[in-house]
Design a protein around this ligand. Sequence first.
Ligand code: V0D
Length: 254
Amino acid sequence: MLKWILGKRTRTSDRGVSLPSGNLPAHVAIIMDGNGRWANRRGLPRVAGHRAGMSKVREVIRACDELGIRCLTLYAFSTENWKRPPQEVEYLMRLPEEFFRTEIDELVERGVRVRFIGDTSQLPPYTQETVQRTLEKTRDNHGMIVNFALNYGGRADIVGAVKAYAREVASGLASWDELDEARLDAHLSTAGLPDPDLVIRTSGEIRLSNFLIWQAAYAELWFTDVLWPDFTREHLEQALRDYQRRKRRFGGIK
Ligand code: V0D
């Protein structure tokens, strides 16, 4: 529902919490942590937490789309996550398939374009197939970008960008003298996306853990003890309000 308050357009969610639409982040990135802990606390297997976490992915995509966030990056699998027990990794690798099956119609209806960052070539073949199918199904959409980080690491992203640039130098398309931040940025996996303005991490850890370390250089960081499967639209709106307040304060002293 759209409302006007003090001359500002606001959106009101189901529970009546309103969020002014000014100064919203263009790009929100989320470290979705605490799924295993959520399950442990309930005496459930860890994979039950991952499943519960996946339904929060759906909820957060919807909320961001409705609030007018242009780009959402979700850290679904880090390069460190391979250290987990093989059955848990296998379960995680099947989640994209399930997500595709249950969510693709709504994503297409919303005009969402799905992208991926991270080394997807190392994922099992069935996961890579889902990645491809999702890309193809949403390629021509022009709405919000949902960017899944799968087998992603920030340092590897930077090394990959340097290597890609080196290949251009070797082939005579570029020179080392011309290398600057913008040109390196253009070779990262996130090329073409705005830098994240706001990084959210659930589950009480106060670290970036190798997530978008180059891109998040100027991002606002928002941490909560809430475990990812307990994260709601209200928590998201709280993060966005805090972001807006920080920006307003910053604007005041400039
Ligand atoms: C588990 C919490 C959606 C974090 C969310 C492969 C850990 C649920 C996807 C997904 C995962 C990936 C690609 C795609 C569509 C959906 C996902 C993984 C884990 C690891 F095209 N949730 N999700 N992928 N979890």
